[in-house]
Design a protein around this ligand. Sequence first.
Ligand code: UDP
Length: 154
Amino acid sequence: MSPCMERTLIAVKPDGVQRRLVGQIMQRFEQRGFKLVGLKMLQVSDDLLSQHYCELRTKPFYPRLLHYMTSGPVVAMVWEGHKVVQTSRTMVGHTNPAEAQAGTVRGDFSFHVSRNVVHASDSLEGAQREIQLWFQRKELLNWDCCDQTITYAF
Ligand code: UDP
C-alpha cells in the first residue's frame, strides 16, 4: 500500500443487512473511487464487540448496543484510499441520524441513533485497531485497481 493511502473499517449493522441496504451502501464507496480490500459477512461475537466498543462500556446504552449488534449478521468491509477514514465519516454522517445530513448513509436510510445502519472508523488509529480486530491479515488483499492511475494524480 502506498504511504498516502489509508484503510478503514466499514460495517453494515444488522438493521442495514435486514433491510437489504448492503448493495446501496457498498455502491457509494465504489462510486466515490475507494478500493475494496476486505469483505465478509459474520455473526459478531460478544467478545469482538466488547473489544470494538471498549470505550463505550460505561454508557447507559451499551447493553442495548450489544443486543442490537448481535441480533443478526453484519457485513464488514475494509476500504482503501486517500483520506478514506475522514471521507467515510463524512459519507456515513452524524452518529444520530436525526442530525445527519441528507446525502449521507445515516441521513438517507435511518432516523434513530439506536438503529443507525452502519459503522465507520473514526480515526486512523481507530481504523488500524478495528481492522486488526475484525480481519485476519490473510483476509485483506493487495491488488491494483485498473483506474488508479486516473483517480490518483500523485
Ligand atoms: N449509540 C446509541 N445511543 C447513543 C449513542 C450511540 O445507541 O446515544 C450507538 C450507535 O449505534 C453508535 C454506536 O453506539 O453508532 C457507537 O457510538 P459512537 O459514539 O462511537 O458513534 P459512531 O462512531 O458509530 O458514529
